[in-house]
Every structure is written in structure tokens, then in C-alpha cells.
Ligand binder design. Structure first.
Ligand SMILES: Nc1ncnc2c1ncn2[C@@H]1O[C@H](COP(=O)(O)OP(=O)(O)OP(=O)(O)O)[C@@H](O)[C@H]1O
Ligand SMILES: [Mg+2]
Length: 517
């Protein structure tokens, strides 16, 4: 066994896992004390499965593990945690109806003769949250009321409480804002200095390069390399992960841009979205860029009727006809779809098959006189599985058995078959591997060729620059500037993203002039 490696904390050898098919084969890997080991690979490559084996959630079919030189075969997550091997899972694991504090200390509530001390709990929670920079959140808040990024931070904070020798972070930043990512990186550095070993899973190459010393790449359940991070530049990393060249460009195909399909006028809500107007034509991709909190998701939610606007109108078609959208049901009836980043909130039914989930939004297409046609349902699902390369054994496979990125593809697939003229995408490629991203771009191109109008919100500027015909920049709730394809540069887009805040600060200064100056 490879336990003889210097500073080995954990070593796995010959680890394999077989469900209906083999998903991991013969993995040999050693984790060193105080290192950050990046683990990467395509959606469905087996990253989460390997983590769950180490974290005690999944029993391997073959192989052994050693922890600090002793045989290690955890029977449960609790057993692994007792030894200080902890894991932040890709899917959130919190109880939404309990408070932040209760979620943090679920396993060991501070108590006195059987009574939970509220005050003690609160104090401990504040301390734990400060560690991850969440000191602004009241620990009595119910977790369900927090945004998804904050929930992720609570999950991370929970795992930093108590003894921790090995920490597995499975896509920890997929839902975090830039500031939260920085907090997490600070934490990682601190843990590392204490000798904690970390396995860091992510599809974001720039993060891996920043945080990890070594990189391990899985492809189809096999470990294809374990090497020092410094041996690779980002292009080589992509090739390594995907096993094919992707290049910087994508051909979105020949597209015809038609008449206006969506016309938004003066849309406002509180201080989040301020007087936003724009137009998207059939066959066009309109990107929305901006900093976190600029109002991008809020804007999409207003158009979709998920929140009510204070003022403004949404009109469809050409000539534009104003439609009353008071709820998502109205939106869907008018042919507007919203595809969000929140898989669970999106109503993905984990205990149902891929075909059932894809069919969910598409009843009219596969039922006649109210009867569901199972073979049509299957054919529909198979079409999406092929189009998006959803890694699965069949359309009947349960969604809960899919990897995280492949679940995301099912969410998208559900809407693609629907007859919607306007599709709103909020961070469509989060958690999706680099290769699959290009599949999704191709799919967006296909939608535009069908004459649909697309609005895409993304934090990834390069992504927007790659796929959009125009990019509007939101800043402090206002649509500051709109750029046409080929007239933008990354710097100009960034400058616009900040512009609204400077303007707002200037106005505030005017309203309340300072004594000095
Ligand atoms: N309980 C299960 N039953 C059957 N197959 C499963 C089960 N859990 C995972 N798989 C399969 O194992 C493979 C690896 O999944 P895993 O979640 O480890 O991938 P991943 O590398 O974490 O992908 P992602 O980047 O999308 O998160 C997938 O093809 C998945 O469908
Ligand atoms: Mg995963």
C-alpha cells in the first residue's frame, strides 16, 4: 500500500465502486498532511462518489483505505466525523425549518442537564459564523430564509466546528459570491496552516490553480493523473480534464435575428431593480452582466412574475403587447420560462426518473386526452439525454443517482422541450464541467435558431462574451449600458459594472455634503 509516502494522512488503494455499472475503478491516491489536493474531472466522472467513500457515506465495492497508518473503513458519516474526516457535500444538507444556530450544532447542542442553553447556542453560533465571515447574519434566522449562497456558507461553517483532520469540499463555491469565495480561501489557508488536509473539488480552473498544490483528475471513473499543480497551465488543464481540445471560440451557427420578442419597460422593485428597460429580439441572446447584488436575479424574477414589480411593464411579441404577469403560472402561460441555478428549489424530483422530471413541464407534448404516453415520455427524455450528453444508464434512472452537474442538465432539459418564446437563464452553467458547458452553449444556439429570445445572466464574463449578441450591464439596480457584439472589451464591461455604484455614491454625497473637502 502507498502509505509509505511521506506525510501521508489518508491513502486509498484499489478503491472501486459499482452500481449497475462501474463508476470508479481501482483508485490509488494519497493525501498528504496540510495539502490542498484539487480533484477534478467531467460531470459524472466519479468525484462525489470518491468523496462519499472517504466521508463514510458510500461503501466501496473494492479496495482499502488507511488513515494515519491505520485501516480505515467508516460505516457511516458519523464514524468518519468522529475521526475528524469531514465533508461539505455538493448538495446542501441543512434543515430549512431550523435556525442557523440549530443547524450548526445539530449533532451536539450545548445543553445543561438536558436543557439546551439558548444563550450558549447563540454565542457559539456567532463565533462559528464569524469564522466564515457571516457575522452579519442573526443565528436565529431560519435557514430556509437565507439565500442559497449563505446556506452553503452555513454548511461549511458546520463542518469547521470540532475536530477536523481531513476536509472534503465538494464544489463549495458553486453558489458563493466573490466575497464569500475569498472568505473561504482565507479559511482554507488557516486550516492548512493547522495541518488539515483538504480535498477540493471544483470545475473552476482558476480556483484550483489558486488554492491547490496538487491536482488529481478523474475521467470515467479512472484516475488519469496526480501531479503538482505547477506542472500545468490552464489550457493544459482543460485538455487534461476533458480529453479533447475546446479552444477559445464556439461557432453558434448561422442565426437570424428577427422582430422584438420581449420588451421590458421601466421595471422597478424597491431599491433592487430601478427603471430597467430593454428589448430582446427573436433569435437573439441578450446577456446580463453585473456584480453580485446588482439586481440580475431580481430582474429575471420580476419578468417571470416570481416577485411583483412596483412599476413597469413586460410586453411580448411584435408589435409589443403588454401582458399582465402576476405569477410564474402567468409567465409560463404566456411562453416565458425561467431556468434557475437552484436545483432543489426548481422542483427537481430527486426520487423520480429522468423522463418523469423532463416530462413534468411538458405534459401537453406527451399526453393525449389527459393520458400520459410512457413511450413518448421516454423518447422525449432520450432526446435530451443525447442532446446534452446527460450521463445516465437510461431515461428511467432516478435523478437522485445522477451526478450534480447532470442533475443541472435535467433542469435545463425540462424547459427546452417546452414551447416558450422567451427563455430566461440564471447562471445556466454553474457546476457544469468545461466540456459540458460547450454542449449547453450549442444548445442555446439551437434555441435561437428556433426563433426564441434568450436572456442569460452569468457571473462569467468570458461566457457572456462568447455567446451573446448584446450584453446589458446592471449596476446598483440600473441598466447602465448595453454593448453590441464586437464593440465590447472585458475592461469596459467591468467598468460599467462599477459605474452605477460610483454614481450612487456621488448622489448620496451631494444629498449630504461632508464637512471636509
Ligand atoms: N446511487 C447511485 N446509483 C447509481 N449510479 C450512481 C449513484 N450515485 C452515482 N452514480 C453514478 O456514478 C457516476 C459518478 O457520479 P458522481 O456524482 O461521483 O460524479 P461527479 O464527478 O461528482 O460529477 P459532477 O461534476 O456532475 O458533480 C455517475 O454516472 C452517476 O450517475
Ligand atoms: Mg459531484
Amino acid at each position: 500500500m502507498s502509505s509509505s509516502a511521506p506525510n501521508a494522512v489518508l491513502s486509498v488503494s484499489g478503491i472501486g465502486k459499482t452500481y449497475a455499472q462501474a463508476v470508479l475503478s481501482n483508485i490509488d491516491l494519497t493525501l498528504r498532511r496540510g495539502e490542498v489536493l484539487a480533484l477534478t474531472g467531467e460531470n459524472g466522472a466519479g468525484k462525489s462518489t470518491l468523496s462519499k467513500i472517504i466521508g463514510g457515506l458510500v461503501t466501496p465495492t473494492t479496495g482499502q483505505m488507511l488513515f494515519n497508518g491505520r485501516a480505515y473503513a467508516p460505516g457511516s458519516r458519523t464514524q468518519a466525523e468522529e475521526l475528524g474526516i469531514r465533508m461539505v457535500m455538493q448538495e446542501l444538507n441543512l434543515l430549512p425549518t431550523l435556525s442557523v444556530a440549530e443547524n450548526l450544532f445539530l449533532d451536539n447542542l450545548p445543553n445543561h442537564a438536558g436543557w439546551i442553553s439558548r444563550k450558549q447556542l447563540r454565542g457559539a453560533a456567532i463565533e462559528a459564523m464569524a469564522q466564515v465571515g457571516l457575522d452579519a447574519i442573526d443565528p436565529d434566522t431560519l435557514v430556509g430564509e437565507l439565500g442559497i449562497g449563505h446556506q452553503q456558507m452555513v454548511e461549511i461553517a458546520r463542518n469547521l466546528i470540532g475536530d477536523c483532520h481531513v476536509l472534503i469540499l465538494d464544489e463549495p463555491t458553486a453558489m458563493l459570491t466573490a466575497r464569500e469565495v475569498e472568505m473561504l480561501f482565507d479559511q482554507i489557508a488557516r486550516l492548512q496552516a493547522r495541518g488539515v488536509s483538504i480535498i477540493y473539488i471544483s470545475h473552476r480552473l482558476e480556483e484550483l490553480a489558486r488554492v491547490a498544490q496538487r491536482i488529481a483528475v478523474l475521467r470515467d471513473g479512472n484516475l488519469v493523473c496526480v501531479e503538482p499543480m505547477a506542472n500545468y497551465n490552464s489550457e493544459q488543464l482543460v485538455n487534461l480534464m476533458v480529453g479533447r481540445e475546446l479552444g477559445e471560440h464556439i461557432d453558434m451557427g448561422v442565426r437570424k435575428i428577427g422582430a422584438p420578442a420581449l420588451t421590458v419597460k421601466g421595471l422597478s422593485r424597491a431599491d433592487k431593480v430601478l427603471d430597467v428597460s430593454f428589448e430582446v429580439r427573436a433569435g437573439e441572446i441578450f446577456g446580463i452582466s453585473g456584480l453580485i447584488g446588482a439586481g440580475r436575479t431580481e430582474l429575471l424574477r420580476l419578468i417571470y412574475g416570481a416577485d411583483g414589480a412596483d412599476s413597469g411593464t413586460v410586453a411580448l411579441g411584435s408589435p409589443a403587447k403588454v401582458v399582465a404577469i402576476r405569477s410564474p403560472v402567468d409567465a409560463v402561460r404566456h411562453g416565458i420560462a425561467l431556468i434557475t441555478e437552484d436545483r432543489k428549489g426548481e422542483g427537481l424530483l430527486l426520487t423520480q426518473s429522468i423522463s418523469a422530471n423532463i416530462a413534468l413541464g411538458n405534459m401537453p407534448a406527451i399526453s393525449s386526452a389527459g393520458l400520459l404516453n410512457a413511450s413518448d415520455e421516454s423518447a422525449l427524455a432520450q432526446r435530451q439525454i443525447d442532446a446534452m450528453r446527460i450521463r445516465s444508464s437510461s431515461p428511467d434512472q432516478l435523478v437522485s443517482e445522477l451526478s450534480g452537474g447532470n442533475q443541472q442538465k435535467v433542469v435545463i432539459g425540462r424547459w427546452l422541450e417546452r414551447d416558450c418564446a422567451v427563455l430566461l437563464f440564471d447562471e445556466p452553467t454553474r457546476g457544469i464541467d468545461v466540456g459540458a458547458k460547450f454542449d449547453i452553449y450549442a444548445l442555446l444556439g439551437e434555441l435561437t435558431r428556433q426563433g426564441k429570445a434568450l436572456v442569460v445572466v452569468s457571473s462569467d464574463l468570458r461566457e457572456l462574451m462568447l455567446i451573446c449578441d448584446r450584453i446589458g450591464v446592471l449596476s446598483a439596480g440600473r441598466l447602465i449600458e448595453t454593448f453590441e457584439r464586437d464593440t465590447w472589451t472585458q475592461d469596459e464591461l467591468l467598468a460599467a459594472a462599477f459605474a452605477g455604484y460610483q454614481k450612487r455614491d456621488a448622489l448620496l454625497d451631494e444629498a449630504a455634503p461632508r464637512d471636509t473637502l
